[in-house]
Design a protein around this ligand. Structure first.
Ligand code: GDP
Ligand code: MG
Length: 160
């Protein structure tokens, strides 16, 4: 760990990113991982995982009252997802920008959803909406020991 390479450690955040089952089925996993890697964020957790019903319901508990909730749960559990933890300065908001708007038809070209998806109900990827939810969701989807802390050799070329 090289603290002098990171200007202010309190700005380092973590976010939970997940390729949804349609992204896995459509062969877009590498493409999506690549966008976060190229941006300069650090991958700290990664696994292919079949999400059980209860976990999907817990993850999306704030949307429980929505009419689309049952469809959302069946979508998320319809096949394996790719669970990821990413770390970096401003990673939560930046990942949301890279992902684009919830409705892919409103997502800007250049964003993941803008480039790779058409419908809200098949919008290929999830990203945490706040640093607190980033922590909560990583703890929810990863077991103890599955998230790795490591020092990137690129750090001094990314951060002044
Ligand atoms: P996100 O943070 O951009 O993913 O959007 P939300 O937190 O508002 O919603 C979570 C997920 O629920 C979205 O990514 C969609 O997969 C799904 N969702 C949201 N709104 C709708 C809707 O109106 N219809 C359907 N079918 N799914 C929706
Ligand atoms: Mg959300």
């Amino acid at each position: 760990f090289l603290p002098h390479l990171v200007a202010s450690m309190e700005d380092v955040e973590e976010t939970y990113i997940m390729v949804k089952p349609d992204g896995v089925q459509r062969g877009l996993v590498g493409e999506m991982i690549s966008r976060f890697e190229k941006k300069g964020f650090k991958l700290t957790g990664l696994k292919l995982f079949q999400c059980p019903q209860e976990l999907a319901e817990e993850h999306y508990k704030d949307l429980k009252s929505k009419s689309f909730f049952p469809k959302l749960i069946s979508y998320i559990t319809s096949g394996p997802v790719v669970c990821m933890a990413w770390e970096g300065v401003g990673v939560v908001a930046s990942a949301r920008k890279l992902i684009g708007a919830t409705n892919p038809l409103q997502a800007e070209p250049g964003t993941i959803r803008g480039d790779l998806a058409v419908q809200t109900g098949r919008n290929v990827i999830h990203g945490s909406d706040s640093p607190d939810n980033g922590k909560r969701e990583i703890a929810l989807w990863f077991k103890e020991g599955e998230v790795c802390q490591w020092t990137s050799a690129q750090a001094s070329w990314l951060m002044e």
